[in-house]
Write a new protein. Structure first.
Length: 37
């Protein structure tokens, strides 16, 4: 399904704002992880 993600997210981003890569990270990981997780 990578081609789908590339066509739906990457191409419009590149076309509209010149952004060529997108890194997705988990916000609750490592130092920022809540104590009860």
């Amino acid at each position: 399904y990578f081609w789908r993600r590339r066509n739906l997210i990457a191409k419009p981003l590149l076309k509209e704002s010149g952004i060529g890569s997108l890194l997705l990270e988990n916000p609750f990981y490592g130092v920022r992880k809540p104590k009860d997780q």
